[in-house]
Design a protein around this ligand. Structure first.
Ligand SMILES: [Zn+2]
Length: 511
């Protein structure tokens, strides 16, 4: 049997449905480029009919990212499939991924259709997709709560209509490893022609079983696993890409399967997705958490120093975790800066590159030398792709244990330069109140966190925050050697997003 497991990444589609995650078109393109470096097999770039913004993001990824198959999601409706094809047709390897729900609960309450309607929808959707592309994936949404006999009927229809990959989603994270294996064996035994298509799974993590269920599925003969970087996704998220890949690699003795993923790119991919989505990675997260390779106990440290494999089953190098190399300083020029970004696989257009270079010089003047993770943080600030409606010109803060924190800020916009001052509960609050006096966004701060980009006392600080305005949330990020400046930049980047009134994301209904 084939021992190659295809890694289908859906960070840009299911991952982007994470509550609070918001990716701009530029950020999606940057992540897609990184996924190509990681050498995943399939990138699900979005759900083209869900919004004009999503359509354009899928289209630009299909046209410019080479290597992986580029998939677009579609319900079985004609308009969905047509739109998905328009979005992915520029790819060298386009895929249309169509889905319909097959459980009684979904058929009765969500779609209000009968099982025979669903068979007809499957047939029509797959056939139409197949009229456009040779590579068609079909998903039976909520498969694990569907009647197994009916599920087999639906899959048989999908194969006859031309589907080349059949996906079995555990849409609500309900199944267990042994139960899931029984379902997969049942399908493999009953559906005629199943041997000629790729079987796939898509697991959610509501009970913390997404990775375990996916690995159980591999043991049952599944050859494509759908997953997301850092396990992002609806509710508790999806199968974490880095965990699946490293489990298959570390326990090759057990699974006897391999992936095509360049594992040395895992850590960077994780950091990029975390920074651009504003979704932090918990320190004790497997593989990519800050503590994943940290040894605290003296006995463990002693053991690892004597022989690494005493307490480490993987090496930090295997996921690309190296020391933060100090590479560039304030004397480094534009050329060296661009070269290093190129080596890191980071691409910026000329304008963004110029802005990033100015930021780099400014920070290098204050910090001395900057490492790779510092450069990544600066660049990620630029590729948020938010036009600067307001720009921070200047700020000053007075604060202390007895003084009332007071901030003065000067902002420039198309209306010229405006200066305001305000007091607050603390210095960050004072800065935000002063900014609000200029911009009048009316938004409320709903989340604020800071992390050090690299180690050491002179590390760059990265502030991530969210502003809530009506029903919408806007992500802001800012990087600086000064945490108040990072805070101000983060606030302004969220305000600039709000001021752009971006296309409103329609909630999708896929599993
Ligand atoms: Zn899902």
């Amino acid at each position: 049997m084939d021992t190659r497991i295809r890694i289908f990444d859906t960070t840009l589609r299911d991952g982007e449905q994470s509550p609070g995650a918001a990716l701009t078109a530029e950020a999606k393109l940057e992540i897609a480029r990184q996924l190509a470096l990681l050498q995943v097999d399939v990138i699900e770039a979005g759900f083209p009919i869900s919004s004009p913004g999503d359509f354009l993001a899928v289209k630009s990824i299909a046209e410019s990212v080479r290597g992986p198959i580029i998939a677009g999601l579609a319900r079985t409706k004609d308009a969905d499939i047509d739109r998905a094809y328009e979005a992915v047709k520029g790819a060298s390897k386009p895929r249309i991924h169509t889905f319909v729900a097959t459980s009684d609960i979904h058929m009765r309450h969500k779609m209000r259709v009968t099982p025979s309607d669903v068979l007809a929808m499957t047939e029509a959707g797959v056939r139409r997709a197949r009229s456009y592309v040779d590579d068609v994936e079909f998903s039976a949404e909520d498969a694990t709560r569907s009647d197994p006999g009916f599920l087999c009927q639906v899959f048989q229809v999908a194969i006859e209509a031309g589907a080349t990959t059949l996906n079995i989603p555990d849409t609500v994270g309900y199944t267990t490893p042994a139960e899931f294996q029984r379902l997969i064996h049942h399908i493999r035994d009953r559906v005629p022609g199943i041997g000629g298509v790729t079987l796939s799974v898509h697991c959610h993590n509501d009970l913390g079983l997404a990775v375990a269920n996916s690995l159980a599925a591999v043991e049952a003969g599944v050859r494509q696993v759908e997953c997301t970087v850092n396990g992002l996704g609806e509710r508790a998220g999806n199968t974490a890409l880095e965990e699946i890949v490293m489990a298959l690699m570390t326990r090759k003795d057990h699974y006897a399967c391999s992936t095509g993923v360049v594992t040395e790119q895992l850590h960077r991919t994780s950091r990029m997705v975390s920074a651009l989505s504003g979704m932090p990675v918990q320190p004790n997260k497997a593989i990519v958490g800050a503590n994943a390779f940290a040894h605290e106990s003296g006995i463990h440290q002693d053991g690892v120093l004597k022989e690494r494999t005493t307490y480490e089953i993987m090496s930090p190098q295997s996921i690309g975790l190296s020391s933060n190399r100090l590479v560039l300083g304030k004397l480094s020029g534009r050329h060296a800066f661009r070269e290093r970004l190129h080596e890191l696989g980071l691409t910026l257009d000329n304008q963004a590159l110029e802005r990033a270079f100015v930021r780099f010089k400014d920070l290098a003047d204050r910090k001395g030398e900057l490492g790779d993770s510092d450069l990544e943080a600066i660049v990620q600030e630029e590729i948020q792709g938010v036009p600067e409606v307001y720009r921070l010109d200047y700020f000053a803060v007075t604060s202390g244990s007895t003084a009332v924190p007071t901030a003065t800020v000067a902002l420039t916009s198309s209306n010229g330069r405006v200066q305001e001052a305000a007091t607050g509960d603390g210095p960050v609050d004072a800065v935000y109140r002063a900014i609000e006096r200029v911009v009048n966004s009316g938004a409320a701060l709903s989340d604020w966190s800071i992390r050090a980009v690299s180690g050491g006392q002179d590390a760059l600080g990265e502030v991530t925050l969210r502003l809530t305005h009506g029903r919408h949330t806007y992500l802001g990020r800012g990087v600086s050697t000064d945490i108040l400046e990072a805070s101000a930049r983060a606030y302004l980047s969220a305000v600039n997003r709000l001021a752009q009134a971006p296309a409103i994301k329609t909630p999708s209904q896929s599993g």
